[in-house]
Design a protein around this ligand. Sequence first.
Ligand code: 5GP
Ligand code: MN
Length: 342
Amino acid sequence: MRSAIEAARHPVLTTHINADGDGAGSEVALALYMERQGVKPAIVNPTPFPETFKFLLQHLTPWSCKAEEGRRALERADLIVVLDTSEPSRLGDVYPATRGRRIAVIDHHPSTPQSIGDPAIRDASACATGELIYDLIAKPDAPNASVSRPEAEALYVAIVTDTGSFRFANTTSRTHEICANLLRAGVDPQEMYRQLYGQVTDERLELLRRALSSLERDPEWPLASITLRRQDFQESRAASADLEGIVEHARQLRGVEIAALFRELPDKSTKVSLRSNGEADVAAIAREHGGGGHTKAAGVHIKGPLEASRAEVLASARLALRKKGLGPTPPPNGDPEAARGP
Ligand code: 5GP
Ligand code: MN
């Protein structure tokens, strides 16, 4: 990977649609590292670089692949480095521009038959793609290892966001060891928290209000879901990035095994986020409908309309719970013995 990166004259870095903190942070850290190696990469994404993560950018300017500059960078690219996904369908309008190009991938999602990338660093045991970038640029035993403060901040954001602030099952002792090194490189955790979570906008607050009033527990199964319609986005003026973390409000309910968030997109298709609290494999549920992801955090974009897609995914989730012997949940205040299912 290092030699592919160092040999590139016109590299482009990209990530999945609706970049999250891991995608965006990994791009910034790798771009700053590459500049130190004497190459000047362009960051070109299928969707706009999220406002929340712009504080990481320093002098870098990310482009949308629809902008003239983004198109030109993709046209002259001799290496496209794909971060935090390996799947063509997750690259949106960037994917057609990768045809015939050398594509390198750095990703922590489990590989699938659709996975692209050569060379590829793919390791599903990493808590974030940022962990793999850290190994590439900053691991103390790597040749010429060092990490600047702006690189460390970008990696810290990648790791904090993908581990749910060190709460999720992907958090390991290594996650904390890496973050300790990032703090040594100058990261201020309080400042990072303020940037990421301490500046909730009125739009996000209004979206959260609507999300909470739509939150529903399945009457029988340990399943909870949030449903947001186009109207909710229009009236709250919220953007996709404002959804970050909202599914956790369904996941954190007592007794819930699977949480889902359904969002009606502007073209009337449906985006689904799935989370598991334990045994249930939500990546398998997402795959049934054409999506994918991690065992405990997965998603899918379904062409069909909200109500029908929601019903189909919830049916799959109930079936997955049944197969694992999870639920149905006893009625509150009822006799738990009588309510225990087959
Ligand atoms: P989120 O629910 O936060 O959008 O996504 C959680 C995880 O699910 C992501 O890290 C990604 O692995 C996976 N994911 C989300 N949406 C899709 C999708 O449309 N297709 C695939 N294959 N994976 C997705
Ligand atoms: Mn990630």
